[in-house]
Design a protein around this ligand. Structure first.
Ligand SMILES: Nc1ncnc2c1ncn2[C@@H]1O[C@H](COP(=O)(O)OP(=O)(O)OP(=O)(O)O)[C@@H](O)[C@H]1O
Ligand SMILES: [Mg+2]
Length: 177
């Protein structure tokens, strides 16, 4: 009979890793300098990388949209929201749209999946919270994605919302002042 030399279960190590990941993101925020970037270029870069894996994303970048902000926080938020739209979007196309003026930008990510019941919208932002339908899947997800999104948005004074679309699916809206 083999002897298990580790004092805790694999789950313990996995959760420990996840917690420290979240903490490190939180603690790194104050150190992150704001830089002036073109949001459309940033979105284009992220989306083109995902498209290489054969994912259908509808996205047509318009004119430059320049804002001064923490770029890593933005990248992480967009990536987490896009990842959800793809994972829970029932393999239907994902639509991304960015509108901006001199003072602010609105980024929308829409999917055609089963959606989130309106009464669960608040809960899905909690750490480790996953809906019944996704909990059983063997994807090894942790339920931290949206908690990180919320934490990063709050720390930067951005607004993030999830909306159940009447025609089905979910719309994520990120407002950057
Ligand atoms: N676009 C979406 N459509 C339907 N359900 C969603 C969508 N986005 C999130 N959810 C639900 O909210 C839960 C929490 O999402 P969150 O991103 O925090 O965690 P996760 O995707 O399960 O894991 P992780 O992002 O940590 O890998 C998901 O498990 C899923 O049930
Ligand atoms: Mg996720």
């Amino acid at each position: 009979m083999g002897y298990d030399y580790r004092p805790f279960s694999t789950d313990f190590y996995r959760i420990n890793h996840l917690i420290s990941e979240t903490l490190s993101i939180g603690l790194g925020l104050e150190e992150q300098n704001a830089v002036t970037i073109d949001i459309n270029k940033e979105l284009d870069h992220i989306i083109n990388n995902i498209k290489k894996h054969g994912v259908h994303i509808e996205w047509s970048p318009e004119q430059a949209c320049t804002l001064t902000l923490a770029p890593l926080a933005l990248r992480r938020i967009i990536t987490n929201l896009l990842e959800n739209a793809i994972r829970y979007g029932d393999e239907k196309p994902v639509y991304v749209n960015c509108e901006c003026n001199k003072e602010m930008a609105f980024i929308e990510i829409m999917d055609g999946g089963a959606g989130i019941p309106p009464e669960k919208i608040e809960a899905v932002f909690r750490p480790f919270y996953r809906l019944e339908t996704s909990r059983g899947s063997s994807t090894g997800r942790s339920g931290l994605g949206l908690a990180i999104v919320k934490q990063l948005a709050d720390a930067n004074g951005w607004d993030v919302q999830l909306i159940s679309r009447p025609e089905g699916g979910t719309k994520a809206v990120l407002k950057l002042p």
